[in-house]
Design a protein around this ligand. Structure first.
Ligand code: F6R
Length: 652
């Protein structure tokens, strides 16, 4: 097995399950720095020997921090790329090199234009080769790699389908560079980049699995919780063509570098007691007992000694048994997470409640990265908080305009034009309402491919989302005065995969925090891909809290994390579970219908496809079913939260 560095290797127990050496770094930045340093060392070593180095490169959000670091090496430490030859993994078929979403553009913007690499040493597959010449072209791409001496170091990301390059499920182990059809899930994931799924190309040219496996060194990186299950399957599963990344197993020099959230599903973190000796802390005991209850399909209070023993938890019995005591302890812990008073119950004994009784009422700040997250993820809780007397502010960090389809903006503009005709309204800015609508409408109609929207179109789209958020709050009978739209600048200036938050974003949030001095803040995004909208918003929040942490009000402020749209915390992580009655769930779903812009444009795409309101309904019901299965009361639905200690938040 490969050693990471001198003296550092995987433990024997980890190797039992993991068939690819996998390093879990503190975060994506640390991982990217290691990978970039390896590449830098290789370039230097070859340069000293007067030789070239052949790099295989990837696009997407994953390698962005590696390219950033390589550019830094060039600018600050004089690293030269004159001896570097590059081959990119893939390109969308049908896109010109100049298309804003082409991988050509991506690579020039992120790396090539910032370093001294000679243009003729850069190779990215062409997306515009004539159909009849594609086969020949792909063979020549593989040949060019061979002629350059073969790939020395190939970096890879991984798609949610388990693809590497664009080798989707079904790709064979010895496949070469070729034209492929993109998987529906891959196209869905790219829909945001292309401002709508309809604009995502159907095909791509990609290096084959065989081409990739010929590289001398392979490094795959993955960030964020959405990659956790494919990482697990690739590292621990049997190699198979339905999960192309699993075919990397068996390569003599392959390593994965992942962040903690992408590692969550690995057995060493999910079920550490099966891997080796563990420190039985209270959180781990709870996790083990809840896992056991699920594994043997018995409520907690019915678990017996034999269940523990036969499922690898004999050591836990020795540590904190007998089973009866363990069962009671975890049953009570789980029971105490449930509360109908998320803001704390006034005048009640709060020694076993997730929230303090005092102060009451509380000032509550609910942060949503986009104007739909709050209600979808915690609409029932927002309703309770507000109707139980707390003062609730719903703050939307970004305007969300990038996620509004053109047709919805057009409907709004058509309405403006009609309004003018019917009511003779004027904007007072020289243009009549109808004229203004006409100008914006034309700019949308004239837009080519995935051209960026004009400022006015962005504005209209932001207003669409504002009004959806207002309608949703109104459905839950929450006054629109309690809503704040921050429109953070990083989002207004950026595009997907290309957000760079700065001081202005943090200041905007600091101002809000200082004005509200909340007793509770609700936030999501801690486990998201750090480059995604919610990942960036979370980082902005952490930076804002860092600035205000010495202010007195923070001593009395608790941070509650909700998981994100269509997701829910696993049972053992939940610190507060808020049950919803059938009526409350129905109102929340009704509120979710207001997010028209977030509905799929292709609802009949796949039988498994779920609209966001369906996902919300299913996930809240399923959390309630899980509580029921371990022996708690039977509720219709549950929303859940995890507490983040301020210290842990700031360390992250
Ligand atoms: C890109 C590529 C893809 C991506 C994968 C992950 O050149 O080959 O396999 O690495 O789709 O994409 P991100 O990094 O955007 O999550």
């Amino acid at each position: 097995m490969l050693k990471w560095q001198k003296g550092e290797s995987m433990s024997r127990e980890e190797e039992q399950f993991e068939k690819i050496p996998t390093k879990v770094c503190r975060d994506s930045e640390e991982a990217a720095k290691i990978v970039a340093s390896e590449i830098e060392a290789l370039i230097q070593e070859r340069s000293k020997a007067g030789r070239n180095v052949v790099l295989g490169l990837a696009t997407g959000s994953t390698p962005v921090p590696v390219y950033r670091e390589l550019v830094r090496f060039h600018r600050e430490e004089g690293l030269s790329f004159r001896n570097v030859i590059t081959f990119n993994l893939d390109e969308y078929y049908g896109l010109t090199d100049e298309h804003p979403e082409s991988y050509h553009q991506f690579m020039w913007e992120r790396l090539f234009q910032h370093v001294d690499i000679p243009k003729d040493q850069v190779h990215v597959p062409s997306g515009t080769v004539e159909r009849s010449k594609v086969y020949e072209y792909c063979a020549s791409y593989d040949q060019a790699i061979e002629d350059a001496g073969g790939l020395d170091y190939q970096i890879l990301g991984i798609g949610r389908t388990g693809h590497i390059g664009f080798n989707e499920p079904g790709s064979t182990r010895d496949s070469g560079t070729r034209l492929v059809t993109l998987d529906a899930l891959t196209r869905l994931d790219a829909a945001r980049d292309f401002l709508g799924e309809a604009n995502v190309p159907l095909y791509a040219i990609t290096m084959g699995v065989g081409t990739i496996l010929k590289a001398r060194k392979l490094v795959l990186m993955a960030w964020g919780q959405s990659k956790a299950s494919v990482v697990r399957d690739a590292v621990e599963g049997k190699p198979n063509k339905n999960l192309p990344a699993s075919m990397l197993q068996g390569h003599s020099d392959v390593r994965f570098f992942i962040d903690p959230t992408a590692s969550e599903e690995l057995i060493r973190f999910r079920l550490p007691w099966l891997v080796g000796p563990v420190d039985w802390m209270s959180k781990l005991i709870r996790k083990a007992v809840l896992w056991l209850s699920d594994t043997v399909s018995k409520p907690i209070l019915k678990l017996q000694e034999s269940d523990y023993n036969e499922n690898g938890l004999g050591e836990l019995l020795i540590h904190s048994g007998p089973a009866y005591d363990l069962n009671i302890a975890v049953f009570n812990q789980t029971q105490h997470t449930i509360t109908g008073w998320p803001g704390g119950k006034p005048n009640a004994d709060d020694s076993h409640r997730p929230e303090r009784a005092k102060p009451f009422p509380k000032r509550v700040l609910v942060l949503g990265s986009e104007p739909h997250e709050d209600i979808l993820c915690m609409g029932g809780t927002v309703h309770r908080l507000s109707h139980q007397g707390s003062s609730v502010r719903l703050a939307y960090m970004t305007s969300g305009n990038l996620a509004v389809p053109d047709n919805l903006a057009k409907q709004t503009l058509a309405l403006m034009a009609e309004l003018e005709e019917e009511m003779d309204l004027k904007t007072g800015e020289g243009l009549s309402l109808g004229q203004l609508a006409g100008v914006i409408l034309k700019s949308i109609e004239d837009k080519k491919d995935s051209d960026q929207d004009t400022e006015s179109t962005c504005r209209i789209k932001s207003l669409v989302r504002r009004n959806e958020a207002r309608d949703a709050a109104r459905t839950l009978k929450i006054g629109s005065k309690s809503q704040t739209f921050l429109d953070l600048p990083f989002y207004e200036k950026g595009r997907y995969r290309n957000f760079s938050p700065d001081d202005a974003d943090v200041t905007s949030l600091v101002d809000l925090l200082e004005a509200e001095k909340p007793h509770q803040v609700y936030i999501s995004g801690g486990l998201a891909d750090p480059g995604s909208v919610s990942g960036v918003c979370y980082r902005v929040f952490v930076a804002a809290m860092e600035r205000v942490k010495d202010q007195a009000w923070t001593d009395d402020c608790r941070v509650w994390s909700y998981r994100g749209v269509g997701q829910e915390w696993p049972l053992h992580e939940i610190d507060m579970a808020v049950p919803l009655s059938p009526g409350e769930l129905a109102s929340k779903i009704e509120a979710s219908f207001q997010y028209r812009s977030q509905r799929s444009q292709f609802p009949f795409r796949a039988a498994s496809h779920r609209e966001i309101w369906q996902q919300t309904d299913e996930i809240n019901r399923s959390t309630a079913e899980k509580y029921d299965a371990v022996g708690m009361a039977e509720y219709e639905a549950i929303e859940s939260f995890k507490e983040i200690e301020l210290e842990a938040l700031l360390q992250a």
